[in-house]
Design a binder for this molecule. Structure first.
Ligand code: P6P
Length: 335
């Protein structure tokens, strides 16, 4: 097998061939990748390091923060603030945006992240991950503000995640398809292991937290009921179900073999659009899925077209194999 190329070489050659990764964006992606290596190292310590358990604080979502949530957030802030490629950062773990301090030069990009998604899985050794999204600071805006972040997902210039599983893998798009890198711990760098990732348009695998069934809206209940009826029902085929309760792990599986992931609006908190956050979970994952030939809606519209009004706003998410997402979305249209 020929030696896989490194992330750095991939980014340089992409810029040379397609001109879609300017130097500052390449620096940003390499810094985020290096930060993810550091987070992977911390995650892998487990009980051998003082990294498990609760941090004794809550985030803006009102969720108890795990120690690793805080560690991962700090790693990303410290890795990115001095490079001159960013104007500001936003994180699930911070109420407000983090403006690059005056002691460092400000750049043209905005970085948003969920530093450690799937935290409830940390203490039980199940895959978790870092999700990130890159926007361009709007032209002409003087002092960077939260308003500058409120751009539709279609405006992203890069998006990706790092999944800390049996392998640590970095998955990335800059708008020219999806590529995957595997962390080579002997080299200490990410090696290109998959290009031109494609999500099959059909699937026999759905992913949803079934314990919420009684709270779902009718279109979601109809879709899942039909899957459960199997080959004797209207779908004429049997379905499998997976729910890892770690979006990064569920989305990675879908990128690798297809499937449909749903965290839909439900009646538990009717005033909330959903559980997942638009800016740093749904948008980056939706772009990756679309770049791999899949689809992603909130049941009514393409997620990447949603104009955000708040930094931490939530959204209903239905993403994955195109034909299945279109079916669920069509069921919503018939209500
Ligand atoms: P539930 C993790 O907390 C997360 O934000 C996603 O990664 C995951 O898909 C979802 O929440 C799991 O939610 O309600 O099944 O625990």
């Amino acid at each position: 097998m020929t030696k896989p190329i490194s992330l750095s070489r991939y980014l340089v050659e992409e810029q040379r061939e397609r001109g879609n990764i300017p130097a500052q964006l390449r620096l940003l992606l390499e810094v985020v990748a290096r930060a993810c290596k550091g987070i992977s190292h911390a995650v892998n310590k487990g009980a051998l390091g003082d990294v498990l358990g609760s941090a004794g604080s809550e985030n803006v979502q009102g969720e108890v923060q795990k120690k690793l949530d805080i560690i991962a957030n700090d790693v990303l802030i410290e890795a990115n603030e001095w490079g001159g490629h960013l104007a500001a950062m936003a994180s699930e773990e911070m109420d407000n945006i983090y403006v690059v301090p005056n002691r460092y030069p400000q750049g043209e990009y905005l970085l948003l992240f969920d530093p450690l998604d799937g935290s409830s899985n940390i203490d039980v050794n199940v895959s978790i991950g870092t999700i990130f999204s890159v926007l361009q600071k709007p032209e002409g805006s003087s002092a960077v503000s939260e308003q500058d972040f409120l751009q539709a997902g279609a405006k992203q210039v890069a998006a990706g995640y790092c999944v800390y599983g049996p392998q640590t893998m970095l998955v990335l798009t800059v708008g020219d398809g999806v590529v995957m890198f595997t962390l080579d711990r002997e080299q200490g760098s990410f090696a290109l292991t998959q290009q031109n990732v494609k999500v099959p348009e059909d699937t026999q695998e759905f992913s949803i937290n079934m314990s919420n069934m009684r709270h779902w809206a009718p279109p979601v209940k109809r879709y899942v009921d039909e899957c459960l009826q199997g080959q004797d029902g209207v779908r004429g085929k049997n379905f499998n179900m997976r729910w890892i309760a770690s979006m990064v792990a569920d989305v990675h599986r879908i990128l690798m073999r297809g499937g449909i992931f749903m965290y839909p609006w439900d009646q538990r908190e009717p005033n909330k659009q959903g559980k997942l956050r638009l800016m740093y979970e749904a948008n980056p994952m939706s772009w990756l899925i679309e770049q791999a030939g899949g689809a992603s809606t909130n049941g009514h519209q393409r997620i990447l077209d949603i104009q955000p009004t708040q930094l931490h706003e939530r959204v209903s998410v239905i993403l994955g194999s195109k034909n299945e997402v279109e079916r669920v979305t069509a069921y919503h249209a018939k209500v």
